[in-house]
Design a protein around this ligand. Structure first.
Ligand code: URA
Length: 197
């Protein structure tokens, strides 16, 4: 069967669109978390640990993300986490424009199926990819823009990437504040308080 996004499992099947990534990946890394999560976090692409375990954000930056979620009163088990590109790029390089484009339909299908109250972009690549403009992630962290897919529209909160805090500990506050804002917008019971959408 041709490559496709399975709307039951929210998984991509049989994709060979990016020849270089087919070579570099061990497996396709789909999103994890509830299919009806209020919060959908979007990272860049899987790294070595994610490729090995088949789950997004399970390496060092995943540990940072887990801690930051906890600090914001959120539990990883309650949120959905996915990536712009589902296959590990070689040498952990950034995904190319073509790879991002090849995977975009899968991400849009996931956003549409999950229908989250808020999408949170982790880092520059997902912010610029989804918002289709240049984004200064540090200064815009915590700001909310919006994304249209088909006839749907979702609020998008910009955040720094968890890995940024490993290189620059000053970014911890920025990440924490962005996730706190995300938690506020979905409420502790998971009810969105963002009523512009
Ligand atoms: N960084 C990302 O952007 N995504 C992952 O899944 C892991 C690290």
């Amino acid at each position: 069967m041709d490559d496709h996004f399975d709307s039951e499992t929210l998984c991509v099947e049989g994709c060979t669109r990016c020849s270089e990534l087919v070579e570099s990946r061990g497996q396709i890394v789909d999103g994890t978390g509830p299919a009806d999560a209020d919060l959908l976090f979007v990272g860049e692409a899987p790294g070595a640990n994610e490729d090995e375990q088949g789950e997004p954000f399970v390496g060092r930056s995943g540990g940072v993300l887990d801690d930051a979620l906890r600090e914001a009163g959120l539990d990883r088990a309650d949120v959905r986490i996915t990536n712009c590109v589902r296959c590990r790029p070689p040498e952990n390089r950034d995904p190319t424009v073509e790879e991002l484009a090849n995977c975009r339909g899968y991400l849009e299908s996931e956003i549409t199926a999950v229908d989250p109250a808020l999408v949170v972009t982790l880092g520059k690549v997902p912010a610029e990819h989804l918002l289709e403009r240049s984004v200064a992630v540090t200064s815009e962290a915590g700001d909310i823009d919006s994304l249209a897919v088909g006839t749907g529209r979702w609020p998008v909160l910009v955040s720094v990437h968890p890995a940024a805090t490993l290189y620059d500990p000053g970014q911890r506050e920025t990440l924490a504040a962005a996730l706190e804002r995300a938690a506020e917008h979905t409420g502790s019971g998971g009810q969105s308080t963002f009523d512009a959408f």
